[in-house]
Design a binder for this molecule. Sequence first.
Ligand SMILES: CC(C)(COP(=O)(O)OP(=O)(O)OC[C@H]1O[C@@H](n2cnc3c(N)ncnc32)[C@H](O)[C@@H]1OP(=O)(O)O)[C@@H](O)C(=O)NCCC(=O)NCCS
Length: 380
Amino acid sequence: MDIRALAPEDLGADYDLMVRAFGPRDQAEFLRRSRPAVRQGRVLGIYDGDRLVASARYHLFDQWWHGRAVPMGGVAGVAVAPEERGRGVGRRLAYALLDFMDGLPISALYPATAPVYRSVGYEHAGAQHFVTVPAEALRTLDAGPVKVRRVGPDDAADVAAMLRRLHADARDRGPIDRGEDFFHDLLDRDDIFGYLAEDGLLIYGWSADGQELSVQRCAAGSPETARALWALVGSGSSIARSVRACVAPDDPMFWLLRDRSTEDVHRVSWMLRVLDAPAAVAARGFPAGLSAEVPLTITDEARPGNTGAWRLSVDGGRGTLTRTDGAPDALRLSARSLAALYAGVPLTRLRRSGLAEGDASTDAILDAAFGGAPYMLDYF
Ligand SMILES: CC(C)(COP(=O)(O)OP(=O)(O)OC[C@H]1O[C@@H](n2cnc3c(N)ncnc32)[C@H](O)[C@@H]1OP(=O)(O)O)[C@@H](O)C(=O)NCCC(=O)NCCS
């Protein structure tokens, strides 16, 4: 079997693979979205002679890590023809994708099944969180006189810029920058409503069944604006009894509500892979007040450039990874535990799940450097 970039003339066969793997979809829309990815060499095919037996693609995103945007390959549409499954084709495809994304520091994906991705060094990192709250609880927030204006497709650049500013200021971990085209298409829909404030943004609409209001983005740089935007959504409480919102696990909204007890939260997990460890460390942000040097050893069979003894230095909000001769009994990480640590999983958890070994004396420093629950607001 051959592994190569998908040829444009194979998009029909790729569509057939997608339908067999993920169910019916609009062919014209699939082709419209796929053509640029194929042109840019972001779709990978496994061929048996001329027959396409598997394919996968990646998106080029920026992902926020402690307030800095890190280039990320967002893997999607991994599909093996049903008659070829269970013979190692999926793993070969996932492995080949790592090389295909060479040059990117990190990759992330939403797994339908984890073993195939774990076997090439991805690990569970964060989640997309959906919380359902009574619309009335939002309506009754004390809104105040915050000015908001309606936005549409022509405001996509302002919307994208506002989100970048808010994610950077909040030192967010995990959300991706969807860019202007995405917001142009989203705000062009009749059933999606957008509002901008001086320091905030709201994008929401009706759920598919028309029973609930569904919030895609609600972000604000101040409590006044947060209250105003959430109250705007809650003003629909006479028709929509509940609001389903995609938010950070520690979104300010949870602290604005007058009352909280049991929350209905739905989590969709995503996994992370560090493709180029020095580049991934250099690109992200770290806590500004932290200054530390930590020796560590990484073993990464699929990306040998990551393997070896390193010194992590953190200072002034930036980090570097420098090769060393090695320190005795330094913390030992695999590709999977490096990914989980990068995403903020505490070292005690990694040790207790058998993912990290070696010197524990620097664990608290590493937790301070990387710690925090990442999230995403977009499925891809
Ligand atoms: C998931 C999929 C890509 C796997 O491809 P494959 O060629 O069958 O996978 P492989 O034979 O290389 O198996 C790799 C590992 O994944 C495991 N695996 C494969 N399919 C699985 C499934 N449906 N559920 C759980 N584990 C699975 C295998 O057991 C193997 O792990 P192991 O070696 O530890 O036993 C394929 O089944 C498929 O196209 N499914 C439909 C679309 C889909 O779910 N895509 C993933 C989107 S994220």
